[in-house]
Design a protein around this ligand. Sequence first.
Ligand code: NAG
Ligand code: NAG
Ligand code: NAG
Ligand code: NAG
Ligand code: NAG
Ligand code: NAG
Ligand code: NAG
Length: 910
Amino acid sequence: MILLLTLISIGCGNFLGKVNNVETDYLRVFLFPHSHDDVGWVRTMMEYYKDQHGVKQIISSYMEQLIKDKSKHFSQVEIAFFSIWWNEQSDTMKEQVKQLVKNEQLEFLSGGWCMNDEATSYYEDIIDQMTLGHKFLLQHFNYIPSVGWQVDPFGHSNTQALFSNMMGFNAWFFGRIDQEDRSIRERKKELEFVIHPDTDQGHSILTHVNYYGYYSSPRGFDFDVTNPNRQQVTDSNLQSKTDELARYFNQQQNSYKGKILAHTLGMDFQWSDAASYFGQMDRVINKVNNNTEKYKMIIQYGTPKQYIQALYEQNITYPSQQEDFFPYADYPNQYWSGYFTSRSAFKGYVRRIGRYFQQVKLFYSFMKINNQCKSLCDETNLKNLAEALGTAQHHDAITGTAKQYVNNDYIKMIKTAYQEMNKQVSTLLNSLSNTQSITHSTCNFNGSNVCHSLFDPLIKNQTVILTVIDAKVNNDGIKEYLKIFVPDNLFIKALDEKDNLLNGEILCTNEQCILYLPRIVDNSKLIHFYKLQTVASQDDTDIIKIQPETITVDKDTKLFGKFKLNYNYYVSSSGAYIFRPDGQPHPYGNYIKAYNFTGSLVKQIYIEKSGIKAWVTTYDEDENIFYLDTFVDSINMSDYRGKEVILQVITDINNNKVFYTDSNGLSLQRRQVNHRDSWQMTVLEPVSGNYFPVNGAIMIKNENGNQACAVLNDRAQGGTSLNNGVIELMLQRRLNNDDNKGVYERLDEQEEVDKKKVGMRQMMSHTIVFYNPKSDSNILRQLQYQQDLKPLIYFSTQDQVEYKSLENKFEKFIEKQSDYNLCKFYIEPWLTENQYLVRVHNLREEGIQKLKFPAGLKFTETTLTGNQELKNWEQNRFIWTDTYTNQSSKQTYQEDQVGPMKIRTWIVTI
Ligand SMILES: *[C@@H]1O[C@H](CO)[C@@H](O)[C@H](O)[C@H]1NC(C)=O
Ligand SMILES: *[C@@H]1O[C@H](CO)[C@@H](O)[C@H](O)[C@H]1NC(C)=O
Ligand SMILES: *[C@@H]1O[C@H](CO)[C@@H](O)[C@H](O)[C@H]1NC(C)=O
Ligand SMILES: *[C@@H]1O[C@H](CO)[C@@H](O)[C@H](O)[C@H]1NC(C)=O
Ligand SMILES: *[C@@H]1O[C@H](CO)[C@@H](O)[C@H](O)[C@H]1NC(C)=O
Ligand SMILES: *[C@@H]1O[C@H](CO)[C@@H](O)[C@H](O)[C@H]1NC(C)=O
Ligand SMILES: *[C@@H]1O[C@H](CO)[C@@H](O)[C@H](O)[C@H]1NC(C)=O
């Protein structure tokens, strides 16, 4: 009876509902054939696509099987690849694929552009890459993904859990968690649990940790044509293979609650011969299913969505989880905390362009809304940059764990898209100012510090227009500093739009000069400009060059009476993924010289060591905020030993082994040295086992909680606080070992300087802040806001300019707060000509943001990626039963409010 019913309903693609009505003790096993196609790793993305047995062949191959046989299912993950394949198909094929989606044979898991990393991606970049994939699925299939799929990232963040919920997922899947945690969970049947990423009850999500091999087929059942050790199922071994598979699932059942099991089928770049894979598996599955009396189980192909539906109907109570999953260790001494910092320059580049992208989307949208685009706007520029940045979030890209030539390919993709985007910006600025063929250039300082688009005209006595695009909202009156590299030995004046002289200070070290130009933020306009000109003498300018005083600084010097700054390094046998230092850190470099600059706006201490240059700057007599720029020179590898350079900020704060690190730039997670909340941890690696990803800030505070120090960074880095009062961040790694995790290359980045190969050099920034968390809870977020919304600067050589002003329909949308406004406003073009995706992020830790919806615009609130109405998801979402006992309930806000740290998304029709 059961058997008959099963067979019929598999045929109808409706297995679940029917079997559920039947009283059965049989174990039900769902097998998920799935794609795991890295968008670059040891080969470039396009090589992977075109290779023999590559992604093009894989997708075509499984599609053919799905079309042939309705009992077959497949889950496609990476939209980056799928969209390429899709664009190459005939209309007939496209129709067939749409049918497969409709009848649920083909599912899109996660639906992001890639499977993003969770440790080193910034939250805005995660949202963007997910939005990009979801938009594609909405456009072509009207499909809304409902299951997250993060089966390969090397640890998991609470922000990713939160976003999975906010994107309308009912559950998500992991592959990798700490080996000690995993074995305890296996014993306690806790490989499925409900994560509460924050205290809002509405944000919980069911999490499934895969049983074996992260995301591979059951041991012994990898039939893929690319597996050199694959076994064939033959008449003679069919019986023993069948027994083996049944035993395997009976074993698996010991680690999960309930009577339903899930298992992945497939590995990296498998399924290029789907007929043979399915064929072999079919024989074994049929044998089990034809002998239910003996095996007491039914195995079927399915999708995670079907499995999650079946789980939900079981109504089991799950354990709850609040702690995130960092750092990850696959073996006792192998903590994957090196990749938090690997390829520091690339991480910095991706972050910088990611920030740029947010602002340029806004500029572009405002141009479009104001009908300024005409024939000038080309949306492929935005799309190409979105795709390049999306690809870079991949868990072998931004992580710094791809081969060097693959990483070069990522950089090329971003750089090309960025340059095209800048040409677009330049065209639009010309149009706005009724000028033609004026080039508006950016300056990217990457070691040379010479900005030709600024230096050359100044030297020739030409006027340089410095155009500022500022996407901040309602921060009028706030003072900020522009930092501009200028040529040495010239007197320079700066003028505002009304030709008033501006004051400023120039500080030079080693012939490298920076103009610090204060400006008062004026958000009534998106675009501002200043003029820079060379003048004959100091009398003609209010910009003053500050002369340095030589001072002596060593590791014990307290800077500005507040903190000591040490640069140290670990010697290690680490690789790109793993951090494994040989003991304690050593002092890095010898002190060479130090300067003290005392301007009236800017105070700065410059410290030069061999291998390191550091500038510590404060503005306007502020005693609590210090901007640190560090130049990390080529790391000396002549002794063939890997080195990892760290920054230590040494304070008097008694933090007693507790510190806090952000989650992808959002909420701070409590960390404690040698401790995990979820299990009793064995301390094997006292340093690397206490390293956590830092994407925004690392903070320590005293036990009263009224004295804190935080260090913000400008890119992802690993960080910890091992000694009392000390904040530690890893800045740069140059390694001499591979760590056997598959990349098979040493992380030894090099660049050419004066025709000689040296280790990669890098300029990076940190902000050090001392504050009282009780009375000044938002200061960290204010600094983060300032950094994320640093205005975009373009230089052009022209005497005069006049920009038409752009009407801002959203001007009153975000109501002015009494103090610093910490609300981010995002906008980008959406599916149709007059639709835009709009987001508001209240970055405050405390304080509600009020909204005033502009009249005449239609707002539809959606989930995070804009692909379904929020109402729809809230009505249909799964509410899992778990052991979470915290009294807090779902937080609700008025229609016109954004709660602290909340993000809301709308599709707006204009
Ligand atoms: C087992 O079941 C399959 C269908 O699932 C059927 O095609 C096959 O003939 C059956 N084999 C035996 C030996 O009963
Ligand atoms: C699920 O189980 C809980 C208690 O375990 C019970 O309160 C609830 O009514 C059940 N829900 C359904 C839909 O059966
Ligand atoms: C730095 O910029 C210069 C000029 O744009 C360029 O030639 C050089 O390749 C860049 N170096 C790096 C490491 O990107
Ligand atoms: C620039 O202008 C100044 C003063 O107007 C003049 O002294 C100087 O010679 C000029 N330099 C060049 C290169 O024309
Ligand atoms: C730098 O100069 C200022 C002003 O003279 C002085 O107060 C301060 O102590 C100096 N800092 C150091 C580290 O010497
Ligand atoms: C690198 O270190 C070695 C000593 O280990 C030293 O002899 C050599 O000069 C250093 N190279 C550079 C470029 O500093
Ligand atoms: C419970 O929720 C409150 C806020 O509602 C929070 O402060 C507290 O830390 C939570 N407790 C736990 C154990 O998560």
